[in-house]
Design a protein around this ligand. Sequence first.
Ligand code: HEM
Length: 153
Amino acid sequence: MNLPLLPTISTFFIVLSAVLVAIGWNLIRRRNIEAHKKVMLAAGAAALTFFIIYMSRTIFVGNTAFGGPDEYKLIYTIFLIFHICLATTGGIMGLITIWLGLKNRLEKHRKFGPITSVIWFFTAITGVVVYLLLYVIYEGGHTTSVFKAILGG
Ligand code: HEM
């Protein structure tokens, strides 16, 4: 199997980020505030790493089209949009949750924390499914970047 380098690395970082959020949640359940803070900030750094790799690839290399059977294209696209919505919501809520934590606004942080965490878990799970559908179960289709599209590539 010939796995593409950048998508494999970026998918690894979303999964790492979700695992760190799970560990961070567990730490706060045991009242370990300092460790909770460190692990959650590490989860944020892993998510940021994913985002930087993903955006660079989208701009410079391009997005890959679904290479599976035509009759699955619609369901794949709906699933992909669902994943993108989860990722966007999770990313924005993650920033708010970190900010509330750092500012010690704990009443709100406690309300946001569990919701953000669960959204982030689903973001990672659906992200892995998109990766599997795009590169592992089926061969990836063609790849076109913003630049290549403008230059007619
Ligand atoms: C990085 C800065 C962060 C700091 C300083 C911080 C700090 C805290 C503190 C002090 C509590 C205990 C609140 C209390 O018992 O009154 C807490 C709870 C919690 N935090 Fe964070 N946190 C941070 C980031 C995050 C992030 C990014 C998430 C999720 C993605 C998160 C999820 C949670 C959860 C689930 C709880 C438990 C809520 C509950 O009591 O059920 N935290 N945090």
